[in-house]
Design a binder for this molecule. Structure first.
Ligand code: F6P
Length: 342
């Protein structure tokens, strides 16, 4: 029997369990038994395992989060972390490791591959900012939540003649804000890839008022940068073990500025973790199922240090090195969508 280890790291998103289920079931069909490691990279460091037989992944397809738990542990930042992982993999006779996560989690998989670990990555992040793949698991489900939130904000903004701001995640990428804004009909869309001018936001609202639209909806990515402010708005300046600050608060910043410029009430909703929780969309369930099976297929073909990717409708194995070289911001060719109807 071939033995696979599997772990899920970083911020969770809907669809991870569908990928775990697929790895376990498709693996079983092809003579691979799977062992789960709990809490991201902490699991293989501390030998925290969870049995993953076919019966253990029954009934999880539609459930959000991850049955393995997650963490932002970076073994390369912990004294002896890598050696501990190597020891655990040996003790558990792991032939290859499947890592599900965003750039940080996959980055560790890639660095471990350089240490001789047979690693296959599966991209998962609502931010959708991983290169070489059109989609990461979780993005579609988060877009569903954002779209519904915008629909709901519309009815109350209309009734009260208000400016309502929705702040969404995405780190340094504007996929959630741009595509969520298009799907939910936001009047102003702000993304990290383009610095914004608050005067311009104000002008757009006045332009709507001149057209007898007495409410406006703004969607803003947590990483969007207001002109005149030195960088992004931070919820917490302290960095995590991968060197990331916690973004948050740009929605409130905009509300404070706009309130000084106009009479009409401005309110903020930060969608925060609501956009990351709950059940996966059909798209994410299908993507995760395809990625899980592909991870097993690649491992059986001895393709390691690769990531499962979707390019158009096709699943591909892309090198982790290439996928992680740079993150994937919104393509400038899509910026025209921001002002499509102005
Ligand atoms: O990378 C996924 C993500 O959800 C980002 O959109 C967000 O900035 C970050 O994680 C939040 O991190 P945490 O879960 O550590 O608060």
């Amino acid at each position: 029997m071939i033995r696979a280890g599997i772990l899920t790291g970083g911020g969770d998103s809907p669809g991870i369990n569908a990928a775990i289920r697929s790895v376990v079931r498709f693996g079983y069909k092809h003579g691979v038994e799977t062992i789960g490691f709990r809490e991201g990279w902490l699991g293989p460091m501390e030998d925290l395992t969870k049995p993953l037989e076919v019966k253990d992944v029954s009934g999880i397809l539609h459930i959000g989060g991850t049955i393995l738990g997650s963490s932002r542990t970076n073994p390369f930042n912990i004294e002896g972390g890598v050696e501990k992982i190597m020891g655990t993999l040996k003790r558990n006779a792991i032939d290859f490791l499947v890592a599900i996560g965003g750039d940080d989690t996959l980055g560790v998989a890639h660095r471990l591959a350089e240490h001789g670990v047979n690693a296959v990555g599966i991209p998962q992040t609502i931010d959708n900012d991983i290169a070489m793949t059109d989609y990461a698991i979780g993005y579609s489900s988060a877009l569903d939540v954002i779209t519904e939130a915008l629909d709901r904000l519309h009815t109350t903004a209309f009734s009260h003649h208000r400016v309502l701001i929705l702040e969404v995640m995405g780190r340094n990428a504007g996929w959630l804000s741009l595509m969520g804004g298009i799907a939910g009909g936001a009047d102003v869309i702000l993304i990290p890839e383009q610095e914004f001018d608050i005067e311009e936001v104000h002008r757009k609202i006045l332009h709507r008022q001149a057209r007898k639209k007495h409410f406006s909806i703004i969607i803003v990515a947590e990483g969007a940068m207001p002109k005149g402010l030195d960088g992004q708005v931070l919820a917490e300046a302290e960095v995590d073990s991968f060197g990331h600050v916690r973004l948050g608060g740009v929605g409130q910043y905009i509300a404070n500025q706009l309130s000084k410029m106009m009479e009409i009430p401005v309110r903020v909703t930060n969608l925060a973790y609501l956009q990351r929780g709950g059940s996966p969309s059909p798209f994410d369930r299908i993507l995760a199922t395809r990625f899980g099976a592909a991870a097993i297929e690649f491992a059986l073909q001895k393709k390691f240090d690769v990531m499962t990717a979707i390019q158009g409708t096709k699943i591909a194995a892309v090198s982790l090195e290439e996928a992680l070289r740079e993150s994937r911001p919104v393509d400038p060719g899509l910026f025209y969508l921001i002002d499509l109807f102005e």
